[in-house]
Design a protein around this ligand. Structure first.
Ligand code: AMP
Ligand code: GLY
Length: 426
């Protein structure tokens, strides 16, 4: 098979390296890809949001399957366009991708179908939102822009001033454009967070190994939120009992709700959960693989990923047995100094071999380019270094020793990835 993957970050590199293990693959293609991906797949320069360009690329390479990985093209309807042109595509169509594309939609869905989530109100007007927050007078409170906002649309306001600033910047200054026409004001929840990515064909849902992200830029969860600075899998807080409860109260009700709404979800559905004192609740849905969750989940997959994508597309997932390694994985993200605010690019990265890898480890490239015979930085999050081992502690030690072999000017990484998972007590 010729398979085209759309996207160009660490998540897409992880998907490509897993697909490369399949005997069913003849050739892998990626657009736009990155420096590290270019060593495993032929890359094009078509942007991940260019629907026409991606359809043309699929035609050019006679793609047998297209995998659309990022949120924006899914929400814009890239899978619909690929299907119309006759290409089997992995990912939800536009009608289903709205589960991530609109927080107002997803909150209303959960309310209607009794799926546990934080209490909320929706506003299309900043002064009404602010008077509600004043009247409630409960802090912290959570303010969310309705639409996609590059992962920055959630603000946890500690007091009225911060809440007013958040509402005004989203609704009046429109810092996220039309994504901020509506806001959700939400109850603040507490508890450990778990990411659960699931394969679903709209009828059957099969959770992958659970994981834990680390969103803040600095150790001890200090500093601004990022796309994710590291992950571990499995997440020890997600016990068998919790998993069973999530399956019955959250996962199955969600795919049934989407089917009932004529929005059958096919692809990878990501549940961002909080294990609150009142039980697991949904913090967010994503219509795609998580980044950097994929970088710890897929290395633990034993089953051929092409078979899984096929089963999802052809709606026979119930017949496929998906197997996982009984191991742990850790991914440490190496970012450019200054990320997520301001950083330089074009800096030479030392320590990687010709394929952009390190022996005995997996180096997923997120923001790199290959130029003049070397790898250079091209983004905020640059690399994700993954190691696996029987125990999480060993996976972390291995991943950190690999990180120490890589060097570039002003590189930054967290030293405490996985500490909260290691501190788990049954
Ligand atoms: P998101 O961009 O939706 O992934 O949200 C970013 C982060 O904000 C989440 O990972 C949570 O840590 C936090 N968050 C979102 N909603 C809530 C909530 N209702 N209560 C507490 N924290 C929240
Ligand atoms: N790691 C969080 C996300 O992919 O949205």
């Amino acid at each position: 098979m010729n398979i085209l993957v759309v996207g160009g970050g660490g998540r897409e590199h992880a998907i490509i390296m897993k697909l490369a293990e399949s005997s069913k693959v003849d050739k892998l293609y990626c657009t736009p890809g990155n420096g590290g991906i270019s060593k495993y797949a032929e890359c094009f320069t078509v942007k991940a949001t260019d629907i026409e360009g991606v359809v043309e690329t699929a035609k050019k390479i006679s793609a047998d399957m297209v995998v659309v990985a990022p949120d924006d093209p899914l929400v814009m309807g890239m899978v619909d366009a690929l299907n119309e042109a006759g290409f089997p595509a992995f990912g939800p169509d536009k009608a289903a991708a709205i589960i991530e594309g609109s927080k107002v939609f997803s909150k209303n869905l959960m309310l209607k179908y009794n799926i546990p989530t934080a209490g909320y109100q929706v506003f299309d007007n900043s002064s009404e939102a602010i008077s509600f927050i004043k009247k409630e007078n409960k802090f912290p409170t959570v303010i969310k822009a309705d639409g996609l906002a590059l992962g920055k649309g959630v603000i946890i306001a500690q007091n009225l001033k911060e809440a007013e600033d958040a509402v005004n910047s989203i609704m009046e200054d429109k810092i996220f454009g039309n994504s901020g026409l509506n806001v959700v004001v939400e109850e603040f929840l507490t508890g450990p967070e778990v990411s659960v990515l699931c394969f679903t064909d709209g009828k059957t849902i099969k959770p992958m190994v659970s994981s834990m992200d680390h969103k803040r830029i600095n150790d001890n969860d200090q500093g601004p939120n990022t796309g994710g600075m590291g992950t571990v899998a499995p997440n020890p807080y997600y016990t068998e009992n919790v998993a069973e409860q999530c399956m019955n109260e959250i996962f199955i009700p969600t795919i049934e709700a989407m089917a009932t709404e004529n929005r059958k979800f096919k692809g990878c559905l990501y549940f961002g959960l909080m294990l609150t004192p009142d039980g697991p609740k949904v913090i967010e849905y994503n219509c795609r693989f998580g980044d950097p969750e994929t970088q710890v989940v897929l290395p633990l997959l034993k089953t051929d990923l092409v078979d899984i994508f096929d089963a999802v597309i052809n709606e026979n997932l119930s017949e496929l047995n998906i197997e996982w390694k009984n191991e742990s994985a850790a991914c440490i993200v190496i970012a450019s100094g200054g990320y997520p605010i301001k950083y330089d690019t074009g800096i030479v990265i030392d320590g990687l071999n010709e394929k952009g890898q390190l022996d005995d480890y997996i180096v997923y490239h997120a923001g790199t380019k290959y130029e003049d015979g070397c790898f250079k930085t091209s983004g905020g999050r640059v690399l994700g270094v993954t190691a696996t081992a029987a125990e999480l502690k060993n996976a972390l030690d291995k991943a950190y020793s690999a990180v120490k072999q890589i060097n570039f000017d002003k590189m930054h990484y967290r030293n405490d990835i996985g500490q909260r998972a290691l501190a788990y007590k049954a």
